[in-house]
Design a binder for this molecule. Structure first.
Ligand SMILES: [Mg+2]
Length: 261
């Protein structure tokens, strides 16, 4: 393997599952650090602040700076701030996303007619009335943005609907796709991650358990991609996908061997 200086590492299904540390995580993180590789953790989950990930890993003795944790919510907020003049937002999303947007200078509107911008994201209390309000908020041509494309996400027992499912519901009723869906594998997500790492893409690994988000992001930016096997990428999915990783590991704990070869 070439010499790498940075790694963009997925959280759920790669390092942790819920509050549980996956086997191999401690060894994998240690091996990356011993090889002089800076870590950036990147989660497409738009409901949790970076502090939460710092705590989750810290509880298992793995320390990481808050600035080294990126989420689809942060990428979305930074993108909206930089690219749009509209500041009155109708947000289908959970508390953290709403609070983050307020912190970044947006006004979160409950009245769909006074919103100039519509953000779609996972909301576990989403219902028919909220879908109707999203439709009305989009009627006047307001820009429509999604936080991340994950249609399903792993929960402790089974897969459950993610942001992509809600974005698709809104897009379906409004008859209009979002102008942008941020989070992995969007180009904006790749740029935000590389900027935080300050390492060129060719010196970076992208490590994750999903082909359509993690590995696709790595392919888009021109990094070396490493798939970690998990229940979201079954052998069938892997075989049929046009997106293929450079390396496949059973757990991130095997990354040390890979770096030695
Ligand atoms: Mg994952």
């Amino acid at each position: 393997m070439a010499t790498y200086r940075g790694a963009i590492v997925d959280m759920d299904g790669t390092l942790v599952r819920g509050d549980e540390l996956l086997s191999g995580t401690e060894a994998g993180v240690r091996a990356l650090r011993e090889n002089g590789i800076s870590l950036l953790l990147f989660s497409n989950n738009p409901t949790q602040p970076p502090e939460r990930y710092v705590e989750r890993l810290g509880a298992h003795g793995i320390s990481i700076d808050e600035e080294r944790v990126l989420t689809s919510a942060l990428v979305t907020a930074e993108f909206l701030e930089a690219e749009y003049d509209e500041r009155d937002a109708f947000v289908v999303g959970e508390t953290y996303l709403r609070d983050l947007l307020r912190e970044r200078g947006f006004t979160v509107r409950n009245d769909p007619d006074s919103a100039e911008l519509v953000v779609g994201s996972i909301d576990r209390e989403f219902d028919y009335d909220e879908l109707a309000r999203a439709l009305w908020a989009l009627e006047d041509g307001s820009p429509f943005i999604g936080t991340d494309p994950d249609v399903t996400i792993p929960a402790p027992e089974r897969l459950v609907p993610g942001s992509g499912a809600i974005i698709n519901a809104i897009a379906g009723v409004a008859g209009r796709e979002p102008a942008h869906i941020l989070g992995k594998p969007a180009p904006q997500a790749g740029a935000a991650a590389l900027e935080r790492l300050s390492v060129p893409a060719e010196d970076c690994l992208v490590i994750g358990d999903r082909l359509d988000t993690d590995i696709a992001l790595g392919e888009h930016i021109g990094a070396t991609t490493v798939l970690v096997r998990s229940r979201v990428t079954t052998p069938d999915i892997l075989e049929e996908s046009p997106i293929q990783p450079d390396y496949i590991l059973d757990t991130i704990g095997e990354i040390g061997e890979l770096l030695e070869n």
